[in-house]
Design a protein around this ligand. Structure first.
Ligand code: HEC
Length: 121
């Protein structure tokens, strides 16, 4: 009986620790998790998004294809995943905060990425 309680508590602690582990070290003031980026994709500003893409993404993902970064065209990731990637960066990908790409620009970027098949609505 006592042992079982301890086990339950240990599993609870593990679940808590695991739940917080996804944030990584983004260096920001608040660690962002994927859930923070889960809201619908509403922008239709493909032309505006193409400009943002040309300025910030094209160098490593030329036309959505492989460059210094991997091919993203046709990957069909959720908007939340792509937002999260842009905001938090990755292994060899820089993070782009709202000071570089505003939320409005990011939504336009997703509208353009949708035309590459890199994001699904
Ligand atoms: C300096 C080069 C560089 C720039 C600039 C860059 N990326 Fe990346 N990107 C990478 C690398 C390298 C990876 C793979 C490693 C990783 O996931 O961190 C990657 C991964 C990704 C992925 C995940 C692909 C997958 O298969 O999971 C997405 C989506 C992405 N980038 C989108 C973007 C967008 C949108 C921009 C512009 C805002 C951008 N990247 C700018 C280098 C870059």
């Amino acid at each position: 009986m006592g042992k079982k309680l301890i086990l339950v508590a240990a599993i609870g602690a593990l679940a808590l620790a695991y739940g917080c582990s996804g944030s990584g070290s983004s260096g920001g003031t608040t660690a962002a998790s994927l859930a923070d980026f889960e809201y619908p994709l509403t922008s239709k500003n493909v032309a505006g998004g193409e400009e943002v893409y040309a300025e910030f993404c094209e160098g490593c993902h030329p036309g959505g294809e492989k460059g210094d970064g991997p091919k993203i065209a046709g990957k069909m990731e959720s908007p939340a995943e792509v937002r999260w990637k842009v905001r938090t960066g990755g292994d060899d990908m820089p993070a782009f905060g709202p000071d570089k790409i505003s939320n409005t620009q990011l939504e336009a970027l997703l509208a353009y990425a949708e035309t590459l098949g890199a994001v699904k609505r």
